[in-house]
Design a binder for this molecule. Sequence first.
Ligand SMILES: [Zn+2]
Length: 454
Amino acid sequence: MNRRFFIGTLGSAAVALGAGRTQPHKPKYIFYMIGDGMGVAQREVAERYARMKYPSRKPRLVMNSLQVDGLTATVEVSGKVTDSAAAGTALACGAKTANGVLGLKPDLKTPLRSMAFDAKDAGMQVGIVTSVPIDHATPASFYAQVPKRSMYYEIDEFLAASDFDYFAGETMLGRKKAKGKTAPDKLVKTAGYQLVQDRTSFDALRKGDAKVVVEKDLGYAIEGAQDIPLADFTRKGIELLDNDAGFFMMVEGGKIDWSGHANDLATNVHETLAFDEAVAVALEFCKKHPDESLLVVTADHETGGLNLLEDKPLVSVIDAQKHQTSFYTRQVSKWKKEGTMDAESAYAELSKSFGIENLQGENKAEVLKAVAASLTDETTDTRSKEIQKMYGKKNAAVTSCLHALAAQAGAKWTSFGHTSTLVGTSAWGRWAEGFGGQNDNTDLGINLRKLILS
Ligand SMILES: [Zn+2]
């Protein structure tokens, strides 16, 4: 309501504030930050970890300290649990579509328009930033129109044709799908983009470097210092995009979702914190331009059905784990292949890796059983081939350890997929009120577009 009040009262004229400051009628700087798979429980467990790990740090999670909070519904067009393509389309275009579809109506033909194009047409510079491949569903929602999210090569063609100013994320998945066609890196170069693939060239990028694609694998935050973390992608985006007409930047924390699919709590917490560092960079900039900035932090859906049961001391278990799931899955597969590791020794090693050495009785017996099964069984992964392909194979021993770790941290995963629970949305800036209360995900897209077009 306040948002309408502002627009209605101020019309299109900028209001003079004195001392040379003017208050624009619409945001000059927009940050749209999306934690993929980041439900309220994911935010809360990261907040708890930060509270215990860094007792004097305030705020613990920047995204939990903004001016306005709300809840957002995420289901796709027919009411099913959404995937990131349908949810991304809702957030980017303000309209619902079917799972797997990017930027098209459920008829798979009628195009939907991403607000990023409206921002570009309004003269703003546009940045699309993510911690996963730049052509993955969430970022692609902002520039592509394809009936299937796996059409990575076609998505890369949209990327090259978008004319957006800054892309940053992991290696384009379309590279593997080029098959005799022009490779995606050539596509973007032909379209006038500078392709940056290492830290030195990244650091050398300066304001005025137009049309940049940064293609750099980030790895996982849990595995230590990242070569270029998401926060640096965001900071560089600000440096490159800042101009008199302002900018629109979408920033996605994509591996919160991946670790949710794996039920990997420690990795999930670290990914949420890494995303929050990017939010901190955005907020710091917004606070320097308080009359002109809008920051919206949301999620496309929840992943993993994470429940928080008790507020337990969780730092020691979270900190015990040094790698993300697939590292341990590979380790167990290797043991199985070599056939030299007995279940007790494998259990001893894994329980140390996950900080669960103190398991007793039934809890220990359950994990031990899963470890023994993983050393002999062909596969214990019952999820669909599609999910396995997208998120890696699941190993019973590792999953069992991850669940035991979560229990020690007072948490419980209830799904390996997405859920339809509401997600949290937080906002900061003069237009933040428009994102409070309970909204549908399409409302966020509609409200932001209205501001861009106002
Ligand atoms: Zn997912």
